[in-house]
Design a protein around this ligand. Sequence first.
Ligand code: ADP
Length: 243
Amino acid sequence: MTEQLQVEKLSKSFGSARVLNEVSFTVEPGRFLVLLGPSGSGKTTLLRCLAGIERADGGTVRFGERALAEGRVHLAPDRRDLAMVFQDYALWPHMSAAGNVGYALRRRKLPRPESERRVAEVLERVGLADHTDRYPHQLSGGQQQRVALARALVASPGLLLFDEPLSNLDADLRERLRVEISTLTRESGATAVYITHDQSEAFALADEVGILEGGRLVQLATPESVYQRPSTPFVARFTGLAG
Ligand code: ADP
């Protein structure tokens, strides 16, 4: 179900390096937040904390009424009602496209025809109806990322997390897949958090853009507001808005 994502004072250090510094934000149900920042600003670490792959040192993550991470509570990724799309696709090489997507339904214990129907339907939605039996090595980068997108969508998770999903693709394909990601995510109704270091990608996709600098969230606003009123010289510079 679509819910509000609430992150409060999330902090994380690796050794003496403070990678996330009391990051707080809220994403309203069904909204699309893009977190934008230069390399090393903490984007991946933040996303991994939301997913439950990484454990924060402090702060809370709530999704709707549920605490995903709060105090001693730290739910495993597969108990968080979320799915993630990675930069390197992260498909199982020994499974076909349909096998990879179907794997995301394994916990649902659906009757086999129902599960097969859902897999076929979502693969059709990402334009791969004719490639369901192909293995990852038989697919292009763009097709592999479409399989990963289908895998993320098939169980209708409430929260979708994207870790620079277009970075390995060429410019033309990036543009097309960006539109597909936006359309399919919004159709699914999921709340979405998407990280990128690419300003134009962020501004094209986002309902709201969050700018990270050195582990701090220095601005969170609509793309228009960031354009009109960058909160710091860094934001103006980084988003290419400084004169
Ligand atoms: P971004 O995604 O914005 O490039 P990251 O979250 O990957 O940023 O990294 C932020 C900082 O944390 C970087 O300086 C990185 O070297 C450091 N870092 C990330 N993961 C680890 C780790 N497992 N151990 C030590 N340092 C890490």
